[in-house]
Write a protein that binds this ligand. Sequence first.
Ligand SMILES: CC(C)(COP(=O)(O)OP(=O)(O)OC[C@H]1O[C@@H](n2cnc3c(N)ncnc32)[C@H](O)[C@@H]1OP(=O)(O)O)[C@@H](O)C(=O)NCCC(=O)NCCS
Length: 170
Amino acid sequence: MIRLVSHIDAEELFKLVDENRAYLRRWLPWLDHNKTLDDTREFIKTSLRDYAEQGSMIHVVEDAGRVCGICGFDSINRTIKAGFIGYWISQQSQGKGLITMACGALETLGFDRLGLHKLEIHIAQENVSSRAVAERLNYQNTGTILDAEWLYDHYVNHVIYCKLNPEGAS
Ligand SMILES: CC(C)(COP(=O)(O)OP(=O)(O)OC[C@H]1O[C@@H](n2cnc3c(N)ncnc32)[C@H](O)[C@@H]1OP(=O)(O)O)[C@@H](O)C(=O)NCCC(=O)NCCS
């Protein structure tokens, strides 16, 4: 299940990041900006402030009552009613369908509750596991942006996966 991130998640979330540092670093650019518990506290504070301003919506993913990852709308563009999805899950909790399920919940939230028109997931071209999530959920591959992200010492291309609200434009 997913629920909105909260200040009480700081310690559990930091421990999870710390235990999964090398694994997460392969595809996520922020590991060097999250080295202490205070960095995680700051991340949660910023996430909740952005949520209050309707600019993002970050959730924790839970499995059997334990936080095992993060998913959410990293940003929301209110003008074009678009939500940009991001996620990660601990190495131990991979392979159980938790992120596919979490993205399904985000889809319901985005389309039915927030009234979004479009969801996008931007994924590094070589990130096979993440592309499998988008493809399993029938997102459309709409193209590639070259050198879209700098990952510590190299650029990666992004594949842009998109899903439009089946109810049409609103
Ligand atoms: C990308 C990432 C979230 C994918 O995690 P994942 O566990 O493979 O994704 P899901 O939770 O959707 O699980 C799918 C896997 O569970 C299996 N599975 C089991 N039950 C399932 C179910 N009910 N529904 C869907 N899949 C299920 C699938 O077969 C698949 O396994 P496979 O990879 O062996 O084929 C994870 O690898 C990760 O966090 N990587 C590091 C950070 C990252 O890359 N983030 C994304 C940046 S765009």
